[in-house]
Design a protein around this ligand. Structure first.
Ligand code: AMP
Length: 366
């Protein structure tokens, strides 16, 4: 069976590796000649809407994606000839922060207060309605903290408008969260849903820095809130594949920030830390195979390597530590690799995280 993947970054690379381990073939489409998935699978270097590339991709038994901003017309073209999972509706929803938040509300999932902003007058009105502090973000194409600005006081508004004005925007109330938590789940073609332990995420400058799983101190109630949110989303969309929702936790409540209809950075720990990784289960789901076990024993964490890859000789061969370097060229703010660590107890996990940060640098301390 052959699975086509739209997008050939590190997520495509890890999806292809997982697919090959369960005897699935893969084919990637990515316009970038140096897309790193090309290191491990056949890579069509062509525009997203290139007719001959799409014709070749549509020969695959199923097509999925690791990149969310694939043009809708490419997905529509593929759907004529083959199955596309997850549902392209999920792409439309997760690709626009206003549509996404309205969708969450329809399903009874709490979000920060928000308002649509197209003009400077809209922004002033939204600030009066929602209050400050608040966060102004582009509705589309924002990632890793790009395309957003925090408005702490009215003195910040002009600069934010100069930076972001002229695009379709959203104003969100600032959530004074206790921590950030994500839940990753997978739904198979027959509707079976499995989820991994909730993950606690620490961001720096809008970019994920460290994930810990299972997140400490997750009550049954918190877990149920997260799981029922994802179940509602997946059932509504007849979703097939891996879905992640990033939440803010505040006073024992979960407030949804955003969803990603693909494998996610906060789930990279599952390669070494769970019986079945998010990548393998995504491939199993879209290929119509039985889902693998997600119940996880032990503790795991992941530290992202951002902007540069330091020398990690001191970490090589260390107990429980695995290095993943993606082979991408360095650039400020770019995710270039990650280090995973597994441990039998939370105490040992924290000691090992400290060792890793001692070698790769602690971005939160900069
Ligand atoms: P996002 O691109 O929406 O994932 O935002 C990146 C990061 O900015 C989040 O992980 C949070 O740390 C922070 N952030 C985004 N939106 C808000 C908000 N409404 N309130 C507080 N912090 C936020």
């Amino acid at each position: 069976m052959k699975v086509g993947i739209l997008g050939g970054g590190q997520l495509g690379h890890m999806l292809a590796d997982a697919a090959h381990a369960i005897s699935l073939e893969t084919l990637v489409l990515d316009p970038k000649p140096d897309a790193v998935a090309g290191q491990v699978t056949r890579h069509l270097v062509a525009d997203w809407v290139d007719e001959s590339a799409l014709a070749e991709l549509s020969q695959c038994d199923v097509v999925t994606y690791e990149f969310e901003n694939v043009p809708a017309e490419a997905v529509e073209r593929l759907q004529h000839d083959t199955a596309v999972h997850p549902s392209p509706d999920a792409l439309v929803i997760s690709g626009d922060r206003i549509i996404e938040k309205n969708f969450f509300h329809d399903l009874g999932i709490e979000t920060a207060p928000f308002a649509q902003v197209d003009t400077r007058e809209d922004l002033d009105r939204a600030i009066t309605e929602i209050g400050l502090p608040a966060v102004v973000k582009t509705r589309r194409f924002g990632y890793d903290g790009r395309g957003q600005a925090v408005l702490r006081s009215s003195a910040d508004v002009d600069a934010a408008w100069i930076e972001l004005g002229g695009q379709a925007l959203i104003l969100e109330g600032f959530v004074p969260f206790d921590r950030e938590v994500s839940l990753i789940a997978v739904r198979g073609r027959e509707g079976e849903i499995r989820s991994w332990p909730a993950t606690e995420n620490v961001h720096e400058g809008g970019i994920l820095h460290i994930s810990r799983a299972p997140a400490p101190d997750v009550s049954d109630d918190l877990r149920t809130q997260a799981e029922s949110g994802l179940e509602a989303i997946m059932s509504r969309l007849d979703y097939v594949g891996v879905l992640v929702v990033e939440f803010f936790q505040i006073d024992g409540r979960l407030v949804a920030n955003e969803m990603a209809c693909r494998v996610h950075n906060s789930g990279h720990w599952t390669i070494e830390g769970a019986p079945t990784s998010q990548f393998e289960n995504h491939m199993r789901a879209v290929a119509g195979l039985p889902l693998g076990v997600t119940d996880t024993e032990g503790f795991a964490a992941m530290v992202n390597l951002v902007s540069d890859v330091p020398s990690m000789t001191a970490l090589k061969g260390r107990d429980g530590i695995s290095l993943h370097v993606y082979g991408k060229s360095a650039a400020p703010g770019r995710k270039l690799g990650h280090v995973t660590v597994v441990a039998p107890s939370r105490e040992v996990l924290e000691t090992r995280i400290a060792e890793i940060l001692g070698v790769v640098g602690d971005r939160s301390a900069r």
